[in-house]
Design a protein around this ligand. Sequence first.
Ligand code: SF4
Length: 371
Amino acid sequence: MYLFYTLGHFPTYNFRQLELENVDRFKPEIIASYVVKYGGCYGCAMRCWQFLKTSKGPYAGIVWDKPEYETQWAFGGNLGVTNLEAIMQANMLCDRYGLDTISTGVVISMAYELYDKGILSKSELDGLELRWGDPEPVLELIRKIALREGIGNILAEGTRRAAEIIGRGAEKFAMHVKGLEIPAYDPRAAKAHGLNFATSPIGASHMMGWNYYEIMGVPKKVDPFTTEGKGELTKLIQDETAMYEAAGFCQFVFSNGMVPLPLLAKLLYSATGIEEFRNISYLQLVGERVFNLERAFNVREGLGREHDTLPERILKDPVPRPPAKGQIFELDKMLDDYYRARGWDVKTGKPSRKKLEELGLKYVADELRLE
Ligand code: SF4
């Protein structure tokens, strides 16, 4: 998390990207000092699970799994909170209540900003005062959201619907795409990653199109701030995500380059005996077909280019802190580039008949009545 903060990807204070005080507390050696046990899913060599323990202070007694990067961000930097033990408590509460930590953290960040801007009053917040950096109201809001109590009943709707219910300009502070809260990467500071959020069929999912070129520099380093070539790169990663997911792989395994394409082809062929799986181009075609099918579903339901967008803050407000200082997201230019790379209609964002037929999806083009 500390690394991504220094690289500029990590959003702070509801994506306002202000300098985060005491960010040093997120250094990996500090969180590692709480680890008491490692583990992993059955048969996986990566064993990415870590269990933490707190033994003193107000949050003593937690023995739970480690808040992942997105959770450290959603209950940490995006709220100005740097108290690691409070973040562990928030993570544990969400797990126990069955709440998603990204969506819960982002809707709470919106509430903090609405209070800060005077849009939500203390009485509307059931007496809570939401001061950036204070984790105690966060823990109370998690409980209220889970039990749909007071203001929690509104926030439980998620940022888009909660902002509509609150009104008074609250929509401006709702950080979502197609109703799904944006995870821990600022689209202005990782342009292909952001383009992926804008065009993802399920909104700004942290499980879709994680751009390892821009974020990790693997298998090849790409400048995260440039718009050059980002349509093609976004398409590549989205199709790979769809392909690996169709093959039943955990996202961590392929986004870290542990199972490159030639190995995937061998594994699939060994497991199934299906000859086509030996052919990497065929696997890539499968990924592209899945992604186009998802897009076609959305088109049938009335979604198009106008829905491939990002919050106003990301499009209009330059990032104030280095190294992404001055960056905004150039949406129209990047969408044109992306639709061209996909072989879709640039004006509407619909897949073209030619592309769908090339992917073996003629029946989908017919159903959509594409010319
Ligand atoms: S990398 Fe994926 S499959 Fe392996 S332990 Fe972690 S979550 Fe489980």
